[in-house]
Ligand binder design. Structure first.
Ligand code: NAP
Length: 479
């Protein structure tokens, strides 16, 4: 496992803790070695110390064991190398001998602008044989054009079966449970269509701001950072047809069909069906939060969006007429990711109901902070009469499964080692997602430059509420 960017935030917070768990639980072959690379100078000892500090921070105390750590540390190696310098790569072949027939995973946890040079330089020194595979972190490009260029450059070295484009949302247990729920149960599938579903809401909300990623974020914004990948992938899993097999091509073919069926949002629709926001100063949990444009490394005149809400439509038989509302934001009132499937009301009301919820059912799939599935049903209120009230069947995964649940990166890293690409994005999926997203970003740039302000710690701009209200809906989690 060769981790480019081996001193970075992603490596320290996610990849190395995930590898520690895979090692601890006996999922790594005894000969597996982890080679980390970055420009910083480290001795092997100082690098191992650095990793130990971070793994210690990110793995709960009960899971960290000194004797396990010592064996894990023996797998770790470090090399200082600037990947933009082709002349540096022959040094790599002293550590990684070409032509050994070993499976090698090159994990590119660096800026996307370094992806193409890295693989070209690896190829030049003979390290990209048929046993090598490459993992690319999101965001892949900034537009269809840049993503296509990166994919073409990678494709000159690695054929598609050896390219793993990671979207860690797909590694989450709750996301895979969405597939299990849909395709492992007979109960929901007959209802999973426009005849019975009123609309769908997909939200990925963070309570934190851009933290120390202002430089990257100010160039990307919420649309490129979250919607183009995580939210559209979730939408695909909700909306896709049952694949014939649970195998990479079958699953990815079905996801692609959904991306291709998304109705384009262009011209006036950009104003009508999308809302972009940017957080102003505010407060969360008693703490004052600065406006986005005062964050470190963010331009004071920035028009970058930190919030997006939009209404997507899928033009196919199953979903015609069902709005899919997508929403993501930073500095929101709550941290949570969830999918809400709102079913239609009963065709004829027999009973009065109490409270403000109409007589209909709702399925809520929570992805974070808690993972679980809730189904709201109408039940008779205790006492006289036949008044109804809403109650929930609540499946909390923490309570249902006592075994520790894997982090998304553990699952996905093991899939890469085993060569299983089912939960990774194929090149044409990336293209289709950008093809849909690009005209929205163009529309904002050409006509609606200024994002709407919302106080940090709130539920986003009011326009996001109006987006749903105009269609007789409301966000089902707020106010
Ligand atoms: P980061 O903290 O800035 O780390 C970047 C890493 O790349 C560092 O180890 C850096 O070390 C190394 N690096 C930079 N230039 C290099 C060069 N020319 N040659 C060799 N190494 C070089 O970034 P990150 O947050 O870990 O993110 C890495 C990638 O993952 C990005 O594409 C990001 O968008 C993506 N990602 C990150 C997260 C996350 O949670 N952090 C989540 C999803 C996706 P030196 O400076 O010492 O070279």
């Amino acid at each position: 496992m060769v981790v480019f960017g081996g001193t970075g935030d992603l490596a320290m917070r996610k990849l190395l803790p995930a590898l520690y768990y895979l090692h601890r639980d006996g999922h790594l072959h005894p000969d597996t070695r982890i080679l980390a690379l970055a420009r910083a100078q480290h001795s092997l000892e100082s690098y191992r110390k650095l990793v130990k500090r971070h793994v210690g921070q990110h793995v709960p105390r009960r899971d960290f064991d000194q004797s396990v750590w010592e064996l894990f540390a023996e797998r770790l190696d470090y090399l200082s190398l600037d990947v933009s310098q082709r002349v540096a790569f022959p040094r790599l072949t002293k550590v990684l001998k070409p032509g050994t027939g070993r499976v090698r995973v090159f994990y590119l946890a660096t800026l996307p602008s370094l992806f193409a040079p890295t693989v070209q330089h690896l190829a030049a020194v003979g390290l990209t044989d048929e046993h090598a595979r490459v993992v690319l972190e999101k965001p892949l490009g900034e537009s269809l054009q840049t993503a296509t260029r990166i994919n073409e450059q990678i494709g000159q070295v690695f054929d598609e079966s050896r390219v793993f484009r990671i979207d860690h949302y797909l590694g989450k247990e709750a996301v895979q449970n969405l597939l299990a729920l849909r395709f492992g149960n007979a109960l929901f599938e007959p209802l999973w269509r426009n005849a019975h579903i009123d609309h769908v809401q997909i939200s990925v909300l963070e309570s934190v701001g851009v933290e120390n990623r202002g430089d990257y974020y100010d160039r990307a914004g919420a649309m490129r950072d979250m919607v183009q990948n995580h939210l559209l992938q979730l939408l695909c899993l909700v909306a896709m047809e049952a694949p014939v097999h649970f195998e990479p091509e079958a699953v990815r073919n079905e996801k692609l069909k959904i991306l291709e069926a998304l109705r384009p949002i262009t011209g006036m629709d950009v104003q009508d069906r999308t809302v972009r926001g940017q957080y102003a100063a505010g407060e969360h949990a008693g703490e004052r939060l600065p406006a986005y444009y005062f964050e470190k490394s963010v331009d004071h005149d920035s028009n970058t969006e930190t919030f997006v809400a939009l209404q997507a439509e899928i033009d196919n038989w199953r979903w015609a007429g069902v709005p899919f509302y997508l929403r993501t934001g930073k500095c929101m009132a709550q941290r949570k990711s969830e999918i809400v499937i709102q079913f239609k009301p009963v065709p004829h009301k027999l009973f009065p109901h109490h409270g403000d919820s109409p007589e209909n059912n709702r399925l809520i799939i929570s992805l974070q902070p808690d993972e679980g599935i809730r189904l709201s049903l109408m039940a008779k209120s205790p006492g006289r009469g036949m008044g109804l009230q809403q109650v929930e069947l609540d499946l909390n995964f923490d309570e249902a499964f006592t075994r520790r649940r894997w982090d998304a990166y553990e699952r996905l890293l093991l899939d890469v080692i085993e060569g299983d690409a089912t939960l990774f994005m194929r090149r044409d999926e990336i293209g289709a997602a950008w093809r849909w997203v690009d005209p929205i970003i163009d529309g904002w740039r050409d006509c609606y430059r200024s994002p709407k302000r919302y106080p940090a710690g709130s539920w986003g701009p009011e326009a996001a509420d109006s987006l749903l209200e105009r269609r007789g809906h409301r966000w089902l989690d707020q106010r």
